[in-house]
Design a protein around this ligand. Structure first.
Ligand code: EPU
Length: 421
């Protein structure tokens, strides 16, 4: 097991490139189950969740090659429709295989994901959507068993906007007979990219990028190549690394359109930005950080996946800020760890009330989930003395060697093997 040892207080400078988005790759990869042949996904990040998805697809009969961020998936020998507990318990996004397997093969057996580190994450909307499309769903020994002779187009309305359920419903409906209408669909960039990829395979989806999708089922889809989008959450995390250390850094391989909410909030806190060609320069060198309230919401709102990192930034802001998560009400495991570094935070229901302090002081802290870990690394960069972040396997699920990027920017951070748990 590894930990990070961070000697904080260093200013950052220079430029790094952002990796491809984890959450879009995790949707694009199962989408290839819908065709037979060679699919290529460029700009795939080398992170552990992607390796978990590769293993799950292998279990289903998909062969792969993964080099230099180009992922090749061969889908002509799929011979199994079972997603076992050992994969699903590691990564909830495994449930993405449900829609495409059911749609192409008429059968899927997928382990129920269970709880997650910060509380319940139900999949009822995924199952409701499959039922609307005509699937019969039963639960047996912890597994969802879904079957249908042929899915049939239907009206699907989501009471709650869900990235995963929209993705699954899209992947199920593209091969269904007739027309499907999805309302209150998610419009996160990762889902829009999935829609575009499916269309490039021959699907007929209209309304991509809006909350109303219309899908005319087709008989067959064909393999294709797609270039993945940059990871907006990694970009946001690196921007906060620059802001929290009062530095000037620049990021390449980003899509600023996907970062509107985060950039707005950073500007509100007094941070300046310059867009130069395809690089975004963040300048926090001479600015103090002003407190700024954040409430997470679905895209294009402020992402829940940036809530923990924002909370870290606010621990050193002038004044009091309230950080509210409306997507995951309990996603605050980072708070007690930030308090170990000297942060002044009070949890009130689904809000962290953060009173800025003058400085944080290094300590040992523990990662509890992916974004919580990122928030601890950020706080460590700004803390006096040494911070050790334990259990960074959480971080490795979704950030590609983040310590190398931070080192390239001048941070003093080491990955060290440890038996500490
Ligand atoms: N929800 C339900 N029922 C469902 C599905 C969702 O009630 O069947 C609720 C959830 O409990 C939550 C809300 O709907 O309150 C939104 O959840 P969503 O389904 O959109 O989340 P997800 O698809 O499971 C993806 C990302 C998460 C990210 C959320 C929200 C992937 C692989 N995961 O999860 O990413 O937090 O959307 O934006 O795309 C991360 O990268 O750290 C991460 C957790």
């Amino acid at each position: 097991m590894d930990k990070f040892v961070i000697r904080g207080g260093k200013k950052l400078s220079g430029s790094v490139s952002v990796s491809g988005a984890k959450n879009s790759s995790l949707a694009l990869m199962p989408a290839t189950l819908l065709n037979s042949g060679l699919n290529i996904i460029e700009n795939t990040p080398e992170v552990n969740d992607i390796f978990t998805m590769i293993k799950l697809l292998k279990q289903l009969g998909v062969e792969s090659e993964f080099q230099n961020h180009t992922l090749k998936l061969y889908t002509s020998k799929i011979n199994n429709q079972v997603a076992p507990y050992e994969h699903v318990k590691k990564m909830r996004a495994s449930v993405y295989v449900l829609g495409p397997l059911l749609s192409r093969f008429g059968y899927a057996k997928v382990s129920m994901p269970g709880g997650c580190a910060w509380g319940p994450r139900p999949i009822n909307l995924h199952l409701e959507a499959m039922k609307r499309l005509g699937a019969e769903i039963t639960l047996e020994e912890g597994y969802i068993i879904a079957s249908a002779n042929k899915l049939k187009g239907a009206k699907i309305h989501f009471d709650v906007s869900s990235v995963g359920a929209t993705g699954n419903a899209l992947m199920a409906s593209v091969l269904a007979k007739g027309t499907t209408l999805i309302s209150n669909a998610a419009i996160e960039p990762e889902i829009n990219l999935l829609g575009e990829y499916l269309n490039s395979m021959g699907a007929k989806i209209s309304g991509i990028g809006t909350t109303s999708l219309e899908i005319e089922g087709v008989d067959q889809l064909y393999p294709n190549t797609i270039r993945n989008i940059p990871d907006r959450i990694e970009a946001g995390t690196l921007l906060i690394a620059g802001a929290i250390t009062n530095s000037r850094i620049s990021l390449a391989n980003i899509d600023v359109n996907h970062l509107d909410a985060v950039l707005n909030k950073l500007e509100e806190s007094g941070i300046k930005f310059i867009l130069e060609n395809d690089k975004l320069i963040l300048d926090a060198e001479n600015s103090s950080i002003n407190s700024s309230d954040v409430t997470t919401s679905v895209y294009p709102g402020f992402p829940t996946d940036m809530q923990a990192q924002w909370t870290s930034l606010m621990t050193l802001a002038d004044g009091i800020s309230t950080v509210t998560d409306t997507i995951y009400l309990d996603r605050f495991n980072h708070v007690p760890e930030l308090q170990r570094l000297g942060a002044n935070i009070e949890l009130v229901n689904n809000s962290a009330v953060v009173k800025g302090v003058k400085k944080l002081k290094g300590a040992k802290v523990m990662s509890t989930d992916l974004r919580a870990s990122a928030s601890l690394v950020l706080a460590g960069l700004a803390s006096e003395g040494t911070t050790e972040v334990l259990r960074i396997y959480h971080l490795d699920r979704g950030y590609q060697r983040i310590e190398e990027k931070l080192k390239a920017l001048g941070a003093d951070i080491e990955r060290v093997a440890t038996t500490e748990y």
